[in-house]
Design a binder for this molecule. Structure first.
Ligand code: PLP
Length: 375
């Protein structure tokens, strides 16, 4: 069994993907070819955002947003303690300071109470200027944007939605990647919508930021490529990746998000009463980047993971370390116990095999093994 079976997906979509690849090879337009603009238009329309700008990967997408806002040394950016490293890494890379925030134990997303606490603490500290909040739509579930928006408005902060895992999710019909002042996603192969290498995209309704980001991603270009008006990056989505994404995005829209939701519901039904299963609040829709259960403690979690492995079932721990305990952030001076929910989750979470092409039999097999183990 595969954790996320990308080869099975390829075999289903093979004719369209093979054609996209050979057409691109034959076209000669390997950089910023026609499929890139076409894909950007399709993605913008799907999420309901004025601009979509593709780029090299999800990390660059976050970096480009921070650069467009001129985030720099002395700025505080609030970010969940429970996320993939890149969400916080990009902040330090710009010279600003990530300020970690605990997460909600049910949704795994940024906890509004902890957020406001950390904002007030930062203001009282008097050393850093609060500028923005990075929200993460962790495991496919959009963050609590009702509460986050209220806090952002109260303290005059920008929202950067890290939708690397959230693309395809929604709240009351409003799509993920439209909740930030700028929102980003990643097309890393294992994300909800993945390509066959690295890729990313930025979404915004703001014309000025869109223009700056379009410039920044091509060496700070002005009116043309050799007129350089600012220091930028080289961060474009390859034509080949855009061409591959087009048929994959079609399948994603037509059935993959629906199918992965069915698979996730089946897990939840079968695991009821055995382990803590993920919760999707009313009005929310997840794109299920991960299906993550919680065990009682580290021993039980690690034991279950070994037991599944012995039986040929892959599982993953997303994430084993809180941001505030990462070696790279040691200088920020956080302590054990600063973010208790994240610390507990790192010891107790386990993500199970899930993708749109998983079968009922496969899900049943995983659930029977979990039942055997916990009983
Ligand atoms: C994957 C991921 C990123 C980074 O995306 P890449 O395309 O791998 O650079 C950023 N944030 C989160 C939450 C992610 O899961």
């Amino acid at each position: 069994m595969q954790f996320r079976d990308l080869v099975k997906q390829y075999n289903v979509l093979k004719p369209a993907i093979d054609m996209a690849m050979t057409d691109t090879a034959a076209s000669g337009g390997y950089i910023m070819g026609k499929p890139v603009k076409e894909l950007e238009a399709e993605l913008a329309e799907y999420v309901g955002s004025k601009h979509c700008i593709t780029c090299g990967n999800g990390t660059d997408a976050l970096t480009l947003a921070l650069k467009a806002w001129n985030i720099k040394e002395g700025d505080a950016i609030f970010v969940p303690d429970f996320t993939f490293f890149a969400s916080a890494e990009v902040i330090s890379m710009e010279g600003a300071t990530p300020v970690f925030v605990d997460v909600d134990s049910v949704t795994f997303n940024i906890d509004p109470v902890s957020l406001e606490e950390m904002i007030q603490k930062t203001i009282q500290g008097g050393k850093l200027t609060p500028k923005a909040i990075v929200t993460v739509d962790l495991f496919g579930l959009p963050a609590d944007y009702f509460a986050v928006k209220e806090i952002a408005d109260k303290y005059n902060l920008l929202i950067l939605e890290d939708g690397a895992q959230g693309f395809g999710g929604s709240i009351n019909g409003r799509m993920a990647c439209t909740f930030g002042d700028i929102s980003t996603t990643s097309f890393f192969p294992a994300k909800p919508l993945g390509c066959y290498g690295d890729g990313g995209a930025i979404f915004t309704d703001n014309d000025e930021w869109a223009e700056i980001i379009n410039s920044l991603k091509v060496h700070g270009k002005g009116s043309f490529k050799y007129d350089n008006v600012r220091i930028g990056m080289n961060s474009r989505l390859d034509t080949m990746q855009a061409a591959i994404l087009k048929p994959k995005f079609k399948a994603f829209r037509e059935y993959e998000v629906t199918d992965i939701n069915k698979a996730a519901s089946l897990y939840t039904e079968k695991l009821k009463g055995l382990v803590k299963t993920p919760v999707v609040p009313k009005g929310y829709y997840s794109s299920w980047a991960q299906y993550t259960i919680q065990l009682e403690n580290r021993e039980q979690r690690d034991g279950l993971q070994s037991y599944l492995k012995e039986n040929g079932i892959p599982s993953m721990v997303y994430y084993p370390n809180p941001m505030h305990k990462q070696t790279a952030f040691i200088d920020l001076g956080y302590n054990d116990g600063d973010f208790p929910v994240t610390e507990k989750l790192c010891k107790t979470v386990l993500s199970l095999p899930l993708h749109p092409y998983i079968t009922e039999d496969e899900i049943s097999k995983v659930c029977v093994l979990i039942e055997d183990y916990v009983k």
